[in-house]
Design a protein around this ligand. Structure first.
Ligand code: PMP
Length: 284
C-alpha cells in the first residue's frame, strides 16, 4: 500500500479523506502537475513548480508554492514508497467550503494539497520502439488549455474514442489545425525541420516541450513554432509527441496513414536520447 501526502500528513492511501464539498470534486476547481522519477530522482522539477504557480495565479488562487517544501514532499514520497521509476502526481484545489456555491469561498479557506506516487516503467518502454498510432478528433476543450486544470473529462473521452477505434491516442483539432495530443504536445518533421504549434492559450506549455526544443537547438536542428494541419501531418517524414512521463514518443500512423516509413524516425530518437541525457544530469 502506498503512503500518500494530504494537507501536511503522510498517510496510508486508504486513510486519506477529503470532504464531499471540496471544490476539486464539485467544480473541477483544481490544478495539477505530474513529475517523472527516474532512478529515484525528479526530472524537470523546477519547471513543474513554476508552471504550478502560474496555473494557480491564472485562476486567482492566492496560495504561494514554496519550492523547498514541495521538493521535500516529493523526495519523502519517493523514499517512503521506494519509487525507482514512475511519477509523482500533485494536485491543489480551492479547498472545501462548508457547502456548494459557484462563488469562491473566503480567501482564507485552506487549499487542499494531495500528492501520490505512481510506479511505471518510463525508460526503455515498448512504445519508444514500436511507436504510437493516433487518430484526429475535434478539440472540444475550454479556451484556457495553458492552465493545467483537473478538468480532464474531454481528454479522457478522446483517449477512449482512440482506444475504441484501435488506436493509442488522439491528436486534437481546431479549425483544421492540430492543437496537441490528449496529454502530450504534438510535432511533425518535414525536410529535417521540426514543426510544433506555437505557445498560446490553445495548448499546455509542456515542460518536456521546452526542454526538447532546447535539445533540438543544441543539435542544430531547425524548429518552426506554428500551427500545422492534419493533412500536413499525414505527409510528414516523421511525427512524435512529448510529455513528462513519455519523454518523446514516435507517432507512426495518423488516421491510418503511415507517417514516413511507418516506423520511429531518427529526429525523435535523437531528441529522446539527448533529452534523457540532459535531464538525468540535472535531475534532483
Ligand atoms: N498537453 C497536455 C494537454 C497535457 O496534458 C500534457 C501532459 N501534462 C502535455 C501537453 C505535456 O506536458 P508536460 O511535458 O509538461 O508533461
Amino acid at each position: 500500500m502506498r503512503t500518500v501526502y494530504l494537507n501536511g500528513d503522510y498517510v496510508p492511501e486508504n486513510e486519506a479523506r477529503i470532504s464531499i464539498f471540496d471544490r476539486g470534486f464539485l467544480f473541477a476547481d483544481g490544478v495539477y502537475e505530474v513529475t517523472t522519477v527516474v532512478d529515484g530522482k525528479l526530472i524537470g522539477f523546477d519547471g513543474h513548480i513554476e508552471r504550478l504557480q502560474r496555473s494557480l495565479k491564472e485562476l486567482d488562487y492566492t496560495y504561494k508554492v514554496e519550492r523547498e517544501k514541495f521538493l521535500t514532499i516529493h523526495r519523502e514520497l519517493v523514499s517512503r514508497n521506494s519509487l525507482d521509476q514512475g511519477m509523482i502526481y500533485l494536485q491543489i484545489t480551492r479547498g472545501n467550503p462548508d457547502d456548494r456555491d459557484f462563488e469562491f469561498p473566503p480567501i482564507d479557506t485552506p487549499v487542499t494539497i494531495v500528492l501520490f506516487t505512481q510506479k511505471k516503467q518510463v525508460v526503455g518502454t515498448a512504445t519508444e520502439v514500436k511507436g504510437l498510432s493516433v487518430i484526429s478528433i475535434d478539440d472540444l476543450r475550454w479556451g484556457r488549455r495553458d492552465i493545467k486544470t483537473v478538468q480532464l473529462l474531454y481528454p479522457s473521452l478522446a483517449k477512449m474514442e482512440a482506444k475504441t477505434r484501435g488506436a493509442d491516442d488522439a491528436w486534437l483539432m481546431q479549425d483544421g489545425f492540430v492543437t496537441e495530443g490528449t496529454s502530450n504536445n504534438a510535432y511533425i518533421v518535414k525536410d529535417g525541420k521540426i514543426i510544433t504549434r506555437d505557445l498560446s492559450k490553445d495548448i499546455l506549455h509542456g515542460i518536456t516541450r521546452k526542454s526538447v526544443l532546447a535539445c533540438a537547438r543544441l543539435l542544430q536542428m531547425e524548429v518552426e513554432e506554428r500551427p500545422f494541419t492534419i493533412e500536413e501531418a499525414y505527409t510528414a517524414d516523421e511525427a512524435f509527441s512529448t510529455s513528462a512521463s513519455g519523454f518523446t514518443n514516435p507517432v507512426v500512423t495518423i488516421d491510418g496513414n503511415k507517417i514516413g516509413s511507418g516506423t520511429p524516425g531518427p529526429v525523435g530518437d535523437k531528441l529522446r536520447a539527448l533529452y534523457l541525457e540532459e535531464n538525468m544530469k540535472a535531475a534532483v
